[in-house]
Design a protein around this ligand. Sequence first.
Ligand SMILES: Nc1nc2c(ncn2[C@@H]2O[C@H](COP(=O)(O)OP(=O)(O)OP(=O)(O)O)[C@@H](O)[C@H]2O)c(=O)[nH]1
Ligand SMILES: [Mg+2]
Length: 338
Amino acid sequence: MLARLLNGDRRALARLLTRIENQDTDAVAMLTALYAYTGRAHLIGVTGAPGTGKSTLVSALTRALRERGRTVALLAVDPSSPFTGGAVLGDRVRMRDLAGDSGVFIRSMASRGGLGGLARTTRDMARALDAAGFDFVLIETVGAGQSEIEIARLAQTVLVVEVPGLGDDVQAIKAGILEIADVLVVNKADRPGAENTVRALRTMLELGHAAARERLRADFTVEDRVENTVLSDWMPPIVQTVASEGRGIGAVIEALDAHRAYLRSNGHWEQIERRQLELELLHRLRDGLLERLLDQLSMGEIGAVIDQVQSRAIDPYTAVSRMLAETTMMIDQSHSER
Ligand SMILES: Nc1nc2c(ncn2[C@@H]2O[C@H](COP(=O)(O)OP(=O)(O)OP(=O)(O)O)[C@@H](O)[C@H]2O)c(=O)[nH]1
Ligand SMILES: [Mg+2]
């Protein structure tokens, strides 16, 4: 299956993505095998408020990238939809004219197993698409909360889509989402107020959001605090588009390419990857340890401890440290028995 995937077999790829989405146990074995072939694609997170035109932009972008001979995989993540519902279907219809092109691969996914699980699944899917050799992996997600930001951060470049109608009210722009933007797109520039929006965004960026972005990226590192200056000198370009008419798309590609060139030039690319991997390893360790600890405790035992805490026979702090001490001892024992 790995060989077929690396040879561009679309059915093998589709099947693997389904297994990843279903969290099949054999998906891990395949991800293990393909990891060595990852790290080549440019992963781009596309996020923004509902209805800003992300899907329209992404399909216009895909078409333009194909004209330039580059291959594109598209992951549409819809955290709000518990099933493959209307919006995603609409996206599919719009993308229909790209179907049949072997340089394009489109996949929609809805929420499964909570948002944390969704971020993990998205990362693994992006990895499979990367190994399959696509030059670009575009990940569309609705920018609504922290978890969507997490999904956007799986990428090397985060593209944030805004629309006119903000006037000069900079408060209307969600600061959190601006801080993760590497490229800003003001879509629906055919509507009045586009210039004002661009100006408002530029003001916000100049008001020190670059510094905030730097903090945000640096936030999740425990390893190398010395590298905190990463990304400090990239000023996100602001591009106006009319995605529905394909206008401004060339400038978006230029901005994406410029960001990649910037990251590549100073080792930033590797630093971002290193931090993302650090975060991933910490998450996996935490999940794995928790699972192991819970394996060692029966629900009956936990219930008995809760009884004691509730009756004030013991406090929660001591209860947890005792349980931790006991379970780690049990894990040690089961190790030495093996
Ligand atoms: N006027 C105008 N309309 C646009 C433009 N781009 C997209 N639209 C329209 O805006 C609507 C929403 O577009 P989508 O691409 O579905 O937006 P989205 O951000 O993907 O939406 P969600 O995935 O539901 O959050 C559609 O009716 C598009 O045709 C544009 O540049 N100008
Ligand atoms: Mg969409």
